[in-house]
Write a protein that binds this ligand. Structure first.
Ligand SMILES: [Fe+2]
Length: 297
């Protein structure tokens, strides 16, 4: 097709997209070109802005490595990760779901820990946290033998892979639910943290006068054949950034029952107040148990 007017290029590109052999990929590419061309027209993208856009995409890749994923961070900062999650879970966005963002810090092989054990592997000052979790199906029946991977930031807001003062796999562990679907562990109370702001995402937040904080949260990835892998985060409602998460991940269902205790712990002598507890029920939806690709190694 020889293009005569600006409108013609959209028709030509759409016709090319229509030749995609895989039907789903065809649907995606046709819609992408439709919206991309619509967006370019909508903002009347200048040539300089277009060159900037290409440079930004290249930089997203260059800033990503085995230990950092700027693309995931950007998707989160634009609300896209949260939208994808909400559309694909909870009866396709029509019901509450325990699913949440995977985030950029899940690692595949966290060490196995017995229920009741600790995931504090190197000295990590901060208030103790005792987590009692329960994994159930949609009807509320316990799911026994589920593998529960947990990970969280330290009391000063760093994951172990970001912090040379923590040993490898600190504040990470993998548990198996018992017959009642329960798992439990001891850790330290995590803090909210700023997402990395030394790259493109940081530039975006600065030009929008946005703070970079995520409210304190506990990540979990729960695996059991017959159920969709549950990727969840439980948030601390007392966190000052609970209603302004830089990654748009906080939903009502995911507000956790974090309780601060100012009395001595009834059983653990080495725990001094304040200490925290979290009791939480994780609901899995039926589906295929497919693990996501780890964002870092
Ligand atoms: Fe996180």
């Amino acid at each position: 097709m020889v293009i005569e007017r600006e409108q013609d290029v959209t028709a030509a590109a759409l016709a090319a997209m229509q030749r995609t052999s895989d039907p789903r990929l065809r649907e995606i590419m046709v819609s992408l070109v439709k919206h991309l061309h619509g967006f370019v027209r909508d903002v009347r993208l200048t040539e300089a802005e277009f060159r900037d856009a290409c440079a930004i995409l290249i930089e997203l890749g260059k800033l990503s490595s085995d230990t950092h994923n700027e693309a995931v961070l950007m998707a989160g900062s634009l609300g896209v990760s949260s939208l994808v999650c909400l559309l694909n879970n909870g009866n396709q966005g029509n019901a509450e779901t325990d699913q949440s963002l995977l985030g950029p810090f899940w690692r595949l092989n966290s060490p196995r820990v017995e229920n009741g054990g600790s995931i504090v592997r190197s000295e990590t000052p901060g208030p103790a946290l005792f987590v009692n979790g329960r994994v159930v199906d949609k009807a509320g029946h316990p799911i026994a033998g589920a593998e529960v991977d947990v990970w969280h930031a330290s009391p000063v807001g760093f994951y172990e892979n970001q912090d040379p003062s923590q040993v490898d796999m600190n504040l990470r562990g993998k548990f198996k639910t018992d017959r009642e679907g329960r798992f439990s562990f001891r850790s330290v109370m995590m803090a909210g943290y700023p997402i990395p702001t030394d790259g493109l995402v940081g530039r975006l937040l600065r030009v929008q006068n946005r703070h970079p904080y995520r409210p304190a949260h506990l990540h979990a990835l729960i695996f059991k054949p017959g159920f969709k892998v549950l990727i969840s985060q439980v948030y601390d409602p007392a966190d000052p950034h609970i209603d302004s998460d830089a990654q748009f991940g906080v939903t009502k269902t995911l507000l956790g029952n974090f309780v601060r205790h100012d009395e001595s712990h009834p059983a653990e002598r080495d725990v001094s107040p304040p200490w925290y507890s979290l009791d939480h029920v994780y609901r899995m939806e039926p589906g295929e148990a497919v693990l996501p690709r780890p964002p870092i190694k």
